[in-house]
Design a protein around this ligand. Structure first.
Ligand SMILES: [Zn+2]
Length: 229
């Protein structure tokens, strides 16, 4: 099975858990992992150095929002989204289009200012992109933007739909919902790569064994830039 493996919410206070998940991946001979880094937080020098080590060891760093929580006033749609899906992290949803562009650019610049490669992938928190036009995406600094349905190749305006599985099950209800949704995604007959999205505590939560089983089925892991064709 071909897969795109990403670890979400790489933040100063999740570095230990991210390291543990990477250890699990490496022990299964999975090398190519995309780390979704939240730049606008209180990063200490040794944590930035750790990110650099991971970048050198074949992990790709991608941008994931700015602070990963909502600060502006919420719209009604945003309230509904928070309740059922995003739990107050979808920081794009109540922003105006220009503010979304600014946030995405600020996020990209952090990597460059800290001596990393400029990220080609942007993943909005909770995959919620908000009110940004295709034209604005085309002008942004990223080549790919991931949403809940797939990956947008910004320069071509093309979206590739890709199946997605997740494991962030801290309650029984979420466990049931994810088992059902993952089951559907895994049963679709396709040659497309599977997006395996991991959150920092998943290896300690209710679907930890399920996560390892899915990881063991990966025969080839890809980078997001490999999937255009
Ligand atoms: Zn996130």
């Amino acid at each position: 099975m071909k897969a795109l493996i990403s670890i979400h919410d790489v933040m100063p206070n999740t570095m230990t858990e991210v390291a543990e998940i990477l250890e699990i991946c490496f022990s299964l001979r999975i090398k190519r992992v995309t780390l979704l880094v939240v730049p606008g937080l209180d990063w200490q020098q040794e944590q930035v150095d750790q990110l650099r080590q991971w970048e050198k060891s074949d992990c790709e760093l991608a941008a994931h929002g700015w602070v990963h929580r909502c600060s502006s006033k919420k719209s009604l749609w945003h309230h509904i989204h928070s309740l059922i899906l995003s739990r107050n992290v979808a920081e794009h949803l109540s922003l105006k289009p220009d503010d979304i562009t600014e946030l995405m650019n600020k996020s990209s610049n952090w990597f460059v200012e800290n001596g990393f490669n400029q990220p080609s992938l942007y993943v909005p928190p909770a995959w919620a992109l908000g009110k940004i036009s295709k034209r604005a995406l085309q002008a942004c600094e990223y080549s790919q933007v991931e949403t809940i349905t797939g990956v947008i190749f910004t320069k071509y305006g093309q979206t590739k739909r890709l199946p997605l599985v997740g494991f962030e099950a801290d309650t029984f209800t979420r466990e049931l919902a994810l088992r059902f949704l993952n089951g559907v995604a895994l049963r679709i007959p396709t040659t497309k790569p599977l997006r395996i999205s991991i959150h920092p505590y998943d290896h300690k939560l209710r679907l930890s064994e399920y996560l390892e089983t899915v990881l063991k089925h990966c025969t080839q892991t890809l980078s997001y830039s490999d999937i255009l064709h």
